[in-house]
Design a protein around this ligand. Structure first.
Ligand code: KE4
Length: 426
């Protein structure tokens, strides 16, 4: 029995599914999760001493690679000053100022402790600001596990969303309306029916939780126009794309400004941090200025701020990182696409910058329905081969690959070679 197997057995006695987040259980690929003991740069080491090239990067935060010396140094310094004060600190001011300086549409920002909390709070702010209740989200977009976001389509445009999880009362999702990603008409129909009741439209500007699904040409622009016309708040959930696709995230990459933006992952540098921010007139509805309540014991925690500020400062001062990520992405995903073409594989490779994935689907993947047509068993075989050859991918067809500045072109070439060997023999 490997140490990971033994640890997994032990973990399942005390933690639901043996994990603190479901996707980590490797359930959809039918393998024992690897228990990781350390990480450096683009590499992980598991409890049995196996080393892996990491394409998850903690699901996005580790854009500079693991254990970056500059980030560690700032965290260690912060630790020695005390771990948490529950009081205002200079570190929070510096962090807020930096985020506002990097993202033109963000005039004010509030720190929280996760992406879920950021989305929950941004939705409440949009509702408080507009005095409206309805929220439009898109099938296949994931915005964390707050009740109103755990919803699947009701029977039609007229019907509210129904809970997609046990434990969520219908009342929590009755104001959540579902649209189809990349299908502008599905949004226009909802505005035709619910128009002035719609507080906000929320989406991932690049779908990355149904696998990677880029926005079609004009999709984001049309949503911007619909929200402006109807005085609804456009919320970009940039928990994944924020500070990844560009310094100012997807808004810079696609040239669109959101009214509110949610963040997580990269802004914590590996520590638990989320944030939401945007137009001053919206953010000033938040207590203690306005009467939309939101709070948090560890919000703006000084150690977490040290990690996030160090990572964001590095990205802000080294824009060449984005050029490197773009180049590595083109090499990896372009290589995967060529492999499919030259090997006659009917698979689809979607990518935006350093994000990408291979869908085991025979038709283009542009939304949740086409993503769900993927052969998840075929994905499982690919995943197992890659893991057994030291390449650590997300253990689900419906996740993304994340590149970091620590990945090398040699890493990419080796990955493509291992991938090619799999498809040759399968
Ligand atoms: P957290 O609460 O997990 O920090 O963030 C929720 C969230 C919000 N918005 C987007 C676009 C997200 O991708 C996420 C979380 N992403 C998943 C990865 N698909 C986190 C991994 C996990 O759940 O363990």
């Amino acid at each position: 029995m490997t140490r990971s197997e033994r640890l997994f057995q032990e973990a399942q006695k005390y933690i639901p599914g043996g994990v603190n987040s479901p996707v980590r259980a490797f359930g959809s690929v039918g393998m024992t999760p690897r228990f990781i003991v350390s990480a450096k740069g683009a590499y992980l080491t598991d409890a049995d001493g196996n080393r892996y090239l990491d394409y998850i990067g903690s699901w996005g935060p580790m854009i500079l690679g693991h254990a970056h010396p500059m980030v560690l140094e700032k965290v260690e310094e912060a630790c020695r000053r005390g771990l948490s004060f529950g009081a205002a600190t200079e570190a929070e001011v510096a962090m807020a100022e930096l985020i506002c300086s990097m993202v033109p549409s963000v005039e004010m920002v509030r720190m929280v402790n996760s992406g879920t909390e950021a989305v929950m709070s941004a939705v409440r702010a949009a509702r408080g600001y507009t005095g409206r209740n309805k929220i439009i989200k898109f099938e296949g977009c994931y915005h964390g596990h707050s009740d109103a976001m755990l919803v699947r389509a009701g029977s039609g445009v007229m019907t509210a969303g129904v809970p997609d999880s046990s434990g969520v009362p219908d009342g929590c999702t009755q104001d959540t309306l579902l649209a189809v990603y990349n299908d502008v008409s599905s949004v226009e129909k909802l505005f035709d029916v619910w128009g002035k009741e719609i507080a906000a439209v929320i989406l991932e500007p690049v779908g990355a939780n149904m696998g990677v699904v880029p926005p079609k040409e004009g999709f984001l622009q049309r949503l911007r126009a619909l929200c402006t016309e109807n005085k609804s708040v456009l919320i970009f959930d940039e928990v994944i794309t924020g500070f990844r696709l560009a310094r100012a995230g997807a808004q810079e990459y696609f040239g669109i400004e959101a009214d509110l933006t949610t963040y997580g992952k990269i802004i914590g540098g590996g520590m638990p941090v989320g944030a939401y921010g945007g137009k001053r007139e919206i953010m000033e509805v938040i207590a203690p200025v306005g009467n939309v309540y939101q709070a948090g014991t560890l919000s703006g925690n000084p150690v977490a701020m040290a990690a996030g500020y160090a990572q964001l400062t590095y990205l802000n001062e080294h824009p060449e990182v984005y050029g490197k990520l773009q180049k590595l992405g083109a090499l990896l995903y372009g290589g995967m696409r060529s492999m499919c073409r030259e090997s006659g594989l009917p698979y689809q490779v979607n990518d935006v910058g350093s994000l990408g994935c291979m869908f085991f689907a025979s038709a283009p993947v542009t939304d949740y329905t086409s993503a769900k047509s993927s052969d998840t068993d075929a994905f499982g075989g690919y995943f197992r081969h890659m893991l057994e050859n030291g390449i650590y991918l997300a253990p689900s067809q419906f996740e993304a690959m994340f590149l970091s500045a620590a990945h090398s072109e040699e890493d990419i070439r080796r990955t493509l070679d291992i991938m090619h060997r799999y498809f040759e023999k399968s």
